[in-house]
Design a protein around this ligand. Structure first.
Ligand code: BEZ
Ligand code: FE
Length: 285
């Protein structure tokens, strides 16, 4: 392994990285070196450009903390997260489509009864969310865990501004697979863009926005856990989501409701919006 040059380096590197016992590691290492070397051969970086790239990745690593995952953000904004999601969710027709998980889920979210308001102290337009959870045969799923979370009407998640958990909760579907809860309307927002990923977006001439959405994670016994969002049909960023997460089947529309008795029998003193969606889970393998 001496005197390697532009012509022989790739072959020799592949030989060196594929000698381990684990076949999957060999396959991944081989593909990694093959694609990485092809990328370098194509762009022919100057030494200064290579140093810039190393510094960029170093800054991405240094930005990571308990509450900030800059590498996932990089994966999201380069379309990798949605590609991994697509590869892992080649699912039957009729099953609700998946989209990116995002960094703002919190395991310790409150568990609330059906009909509760998960955003009681927020400003913003009241929003009544309801729907059903069923299996691929259309059978309602009782007791499904329905997690919902979203930004405030200013475009921030609770975890971005303080330690109080807000605008998030877990509900359980009733005997007919139904769920319903109150919250406030979220809005479109920029992903965290004060770090190297933000610099990258600016250099690429891209905006940092995600269209307005409510996140859902729905889990039930014997079914694959569904991670998805509901988007709103008049959002200006639907066709330029910075993380490539929008799917037409997840784009919904608000109904504008007047103050008075709401579908759950409660009285809304203010005009409000309502949103309804029927989630279909796919059977666990
Ligand atoms: C989100 O929707 O919460 C999100 C997804 C990807 C990157 C940043 C935020
Ligand atoms: Fe989000």
């Amino acid at each position: 392994m001496r005197d390697l040059n532009e012509d022989t380096l790739t072959k020799e590197t592949i030989r060196a990285v594929t000698g381990g016992k684990d076949g999957r590691i060999s396959a991944v290492s081989e593909a990694l070196v093959r694609h990485l070397h092809a990328f370098i051969r194509e762009i022919e970086p100057s030494q200064a450009e290579w140093e810039f790239g190393i510094d960029f990745l170093t800054r991405v690593g240094k930005m990571c903390s308990e509450t900030r995952q800059e590498f996932i953000l990089l994966s999201d904004t380069l379309g990798v997260s949605m590609l991994v999601d697509a590869i892992n969710h080649r699912q039957p027709e009729g099953v609700t489509e998946t989209t990116v998980f995002g960094p703002f889920y919190v395991e310790s979210r409150p568990e609330l009864p059906l009909g509760a308001n998960m955003s009681p102290n927020e400003t913003g337009v009241p929003l009544f969310v309801s729907g059903t959870v069923s299996d691929i045969e259309g059978r309602p799923i009782a007791g499904a865990s329905v997690d919902a979370w979203h930004s405030d009407d200013d475009g921030h998640y609770d975890v971005q501004v303080g330690s109080d958990l807000r605008m998030r909760a877990r509900f359980r579907s009733d005997a007919e697979g139904r769920f319903w809860f109150w919250t406030v309307r979220p809005t479109f927002y920029p992903i965290p863009n004060d770090g190297p990923v933000g610099d990258m977006l600016a250099a690429q001439g891209r905006h940092p926005y995600r269209p307005e959405h409510v996140h859902f994670m729905i889990a039930a016994l014997g079914q694959k856990t569904l991670v998805t969002h509901l988007f709103i049909d008049d959002d200006p960023y639907l066709d330029s989501d910075v993380v490539f997460g929008v799917k037409s089947s997840l784009v919904t529309r608000y109904r504008y409701e007047t103050a008075g008795e709401a579908p759950d029998g409660s009285i809304s003193l203010r005009d409000y919006l309502s949103l309804e969606y029927h989630f279909v889970l796919s059977p666990a393998a």
